[in-house]
Design a protein around this ligand. Structure first.
Ligand code: ADP
Length: 555
C-alpha cells in the first residue's frame, strides 16, 4: 500500500501535465513539478497563496478566480482555455480542467486543476490557418490568372486571326501584280528587275504560307479545325509527300527509306491535312539532319485499330526538356544551323508553327504524337524519331465535312491560259466584278481584260443593275459590300429567271467556315480566297464557264 502511494505520488509529480490542488477560494494546496515549470515558480512560494496573479481576471469575463473555480465546479464549464502569465517568461496558453476532490479534514472542499500547455498546438494551428488562408488567396489568384491567361490567349488568337486576314488583302496586290509581270511582261522589263520581281513573288508565296499557318494555329486553338474525311491509303499519301520534297531532299543528299506493308488498311481522314502532317515531319527531318543522311519512314498496323507512323532521322536530336515544348505554337529550339550547309536557302527560316499544327491535326483525328531522342550532343547526330499514332476509324462525323469549304486548290498545271480561252470562245465573255476593293478589282482587270470584257461595280446596287442589263457570263463578288451585301445580291439573282443561271463566285479574305457556308447557302457556285493569283482567277472563271457550258448542253 505504501509502495503504491509512493508510486502514485511519483507519477503525479512527473506527469507532463500541470496539476494544482486548490481550495474553493483558489488557495493553492499542492502543485506538481510540471505546474512549477508552467508558472515558473517554486511550490514553496505558491502553496498557501492564490493562483489569480498568474491568470488575470479579464480572461474569464471579469469573474474573479474564485468565482471561476466555483463556476467550473458546478460542472457547467469543465474545460476552458486560459492564458497563463508566468513570472519572467512569455505567456503560455493552457487547457484547464477542474474536478472536485471532496472535502478535506477541515471540511473544506478541494479541487484539482490540470493545466496542459497548448501554446505550440495553437501556434501550429495558427500557422496552418495562415497557410490555408494563403493557399486560398493563391488559389483565387490562380483562378484569376487562369481567366486572365485564357482571355489573353483568346485575344492573341483573335488578333492573329484578324491580322492574318488583314495581311491577305495587301498580299493580293503583291502576288497579283508580280504574277502579271512574270506571266505577261518578261520581254518588256530589264532582266535584273525581272529577277527582283520573281523574288518578291516568292516572298509573297512564303508570307502567304506563314499567314495560312497562323490561321491554322488559330483554328486549332479555337477548336475550329474542320476536316474533309475520306478513305485513304496512308502509304500513298506519305509517298506523294516524299516525292513533293524531292527537290529539297536531293539538294541535301538525303534519302527517304520507306518501310510499310504493300497493302495497308484504309484510313478515314482528311487527305490535305494528313499531307500537312507528313510534309512537316519530313521537311523537319531534312532540315535538322546533316547532308547525305537517311530518313526512315515506317507505317505499321498495331492491333486491328491503330496505325503507328514513325519518322526517324539521323539529325541533331532534341533535348529531353525540349521534347514537349516543340509541339507548342511559335516554339523553336533554333538548332538548324548547327549542321546544315544551306538550310535557310532551301527551306526558309522556320516559324515554330509546323509541329503545333501537326499535333492539332493528329489530335483532331483522335490520334497522338510524341518524339523520342537521346538529346543533343556536341558534334554528334543522335537523331530523332517522331511517332504518330492514329486510330483506324477516327470518330469524325460527317458534320465535320469541309467539302463545301474546299476553296481554291492552287494547281498551276491545271491553270488555263488566257489565249486558250479566247481561242475557244469566239465572243469575249463578260465578267462582272462587284467589289469595293479597288486594288483587287484592278489586278483582276489587268489579268482578265485581254480575254474578257470586264465590268466593274463598286456597290451591290450597281452590280445588280449591271447583272440584269448585261447578263454577264460569270459574276465575281465580295461578300462584304457597302449597302446591299453579297449574300443578298446572290439571293436576288438566284430568284429571278433571267439571272438564275449565271455562275457566281464570292471572293473574300475570310475563310471562316460560317462565312463560306453562308456564301453557298445564298446560292453561290464557288468561293475564291484572297490573296488570289491571276492564274487562280483565270482558272476559276474557266471552270465556272465550262461547268455552265456542260449544264447548258444537258438541259
Ligand atoms: P519550325 O517551323 O521552326 O521548324 P516546328 O514546329 O516544325 O517549327 O519545329 C519546332 C522546333 O522543333 C524546331 O525549331 C526544331 O528546333 C525542333 N525540331 C523539329 N523537328 C526536328 C527534328 N527532326 N530534329 C531536330 N529538331 C527538330
Amino acid at each position: 500500500m505504501q509502495q503504491d502511494t509512493s508510486l502514485f505520488a511519483r507519477i503525479i509529480e512527473k506527469t507532463p501535465v500541470g496539476i494544482v490542488v486548490v481550495t474553493a477560494s483558489g488557495i493553492v494546496r499542492f502543485m506538481n513539478c510540471c505546474a512549477e515549470q508552467l508558472f515558473n515558480v517554486k511550490r514553496e512560494t505558491l502553496i498557501g497563496n492564490s493562483l489569480e496573479p498568474f491568470i488575470g481576471v479579464e480572461q474569464h469575463d471579469g469573474a474573479t478566480w474564485e468565482q471561476m473555480i466555483r463556476h467550473m465546479a458546478t460542472g457547467e464549464l469543465t474545460e476552458t482555455t486560459l492564458m497563463l502569465q508566468p513570472i519572467d517568461r512569455d505567456d503560455t496558453m493552457c487547457k484547464i480542467t477542474l474536478f472536485s476532490l471532496g472535502k478535506d479534514t477541515d471540511d473544506a472542499e478541494q479541487f484539482v486543476l490540470t493545466f496542459r500547455d497548448i501554446t505550440q498546438e495553437i501556434l501550429f494551428n495558427e500557422q496552418i490557418e495562415k497557410k490555408n488562408l494563403e493557399m486560398a488567396k493563391m488559389n483565387s489568384e490562380l483562378i484569376r490568372w487562369n481567366a486572365e491567361l485564357k482571355r489573353v490567349s483568346e485575344l492573341k488568337s483573335n488578333f492573329l486571326s484578324i491580322a492574318s486576314h488583314e495581311l491577305k488583302t495587301p498580299l493580293t496586290s503583291i502576288k497579283g501584280y508580280s504574277d502579271i509581270i512574270i506571266d505577261n511582261m518578261r520581254d518588256r522589263i530589264d532582266e535584273g528587275v525581272y529577277r527582283m520581281i520573281e523574288s518578291i513573288n516568292r516572298a509573297a508565296d512564303r508570307l502567304h504560307k506563314v499567314v495560312n499557318s497562323i490561321l491554322d494555329v488559330t483554328r486549332i486553338e479555337q477548336k475550329r479545325l474542320r476536316l474533309k474525311p475520306e478513305m485513304l491509303d496512308l502509304g500513298a499519301v506519305a509517298k506523294d509527300c516524299i516525292d513533293d520534297l524531292t527537290q529539297f531532299s536531293q539538294k541535301r543528299g538525303i534519302t527517304f527509306n520507306c518501310s510499310f506493308p504493300a497493302v495497308l488498311p484504309q484510313f478515314y481522314g482528311d487527305k490535305m491535312r494528313l499531307q500537312q502532317v507528313f510534309t512537316n515531319l519530313f521537311s523537319n527531318a531534312i532540315k535538322f539532319s546533316p547532308d547525305g543522311s537517311p530518313v526512315k519512314v515506317t507505317i505499321a498496323v498495331e492491333g486491328e485499330e491503330r496505325f503507328h507512323i514513325t519518322v526517324h532521322d539521323q539529325g541533331v536530336g532534341i533535348n529531353k526538356e525540349e521534347q514537349r515544348n516543340i509541339f507548342d505554337a511559335f516554339y523553336e529550339v533554333g538548332n538548324a544551323n548547327r549542321h546544315s550547309t544551306d538550310f535557310s536557302k532551301f527551306m526558309g527560316g522556320g516559324t515554330g508553327l509546323g509541329l503545333s499544327i501537326v499535333k492539332g491535326i493528329v489530335e483532331r483525328h483522335g490520334g497522338r504524337i510524341w518524339v523520342e531522342s537521346e538529346g543533343v550532343r556536341e558534334g554528334e547526330f543522335p537523331g530523332s524519331t517522331f511517332h504518330v499514332m492514329l486510330p483506324q476509324h477516327a470518330e469524325i462525323g460527317w458534320d465535320d465535312d469541309e467539302t463545301k469549304t474546299l476553296i481554291v486548290e492552287r494547281d498551276d498545271d491545271k491553270a488555263v491560259d488566257l489565249e486558250k480561252i479566247t481561242e475557244m470562245i469566239n465572243e469575249k465573255p463578260v465578267i462582272l466584278f462587284i467589289d469595293s476593293d479597288r486594288e483587287a478589282v484592278e489586278i483582276a482587270r489587268m489579268v482578265l481584260e485581254n480575254a474578257f470584257e470586264v465590268l466593274v461595280a463598286e456597290t451591290g446596287e450597281i452590280g445588280l443593275a449591271l447583272a440584269f442589263s448585261r447578263h454577264p457570263s460569270v459574276i465575281l463578288m465580295d461578300s462584304y459590300l457597302p449597302g446591299l451585301d453579297g449574300y443578298r445580291i446572290c439571293r436576288i439573282l438566284r430568284s429571278q429567271d433571267e439571272t438564275r443561271d449565271i455562275p457566281i463566285a464570292f471572293f473574300s479574305a475570310g475563310t471562316q467556315n460560317t462565312e463560306i457556308q453562308k456564301c453557298f447557302a445564298s446560292g453561290a457556285d464557288d468561293f475564291v480566297v484572297k490573296p488570289f493569283s491571276g492564274r487562280e482567277l483565270v482558272d476559276k472563271i474557266w471552270r465556272l464557264l465550262m461547268k455552265k457550258k456542260e449544264e447548258d448542253t444537258f438541259k
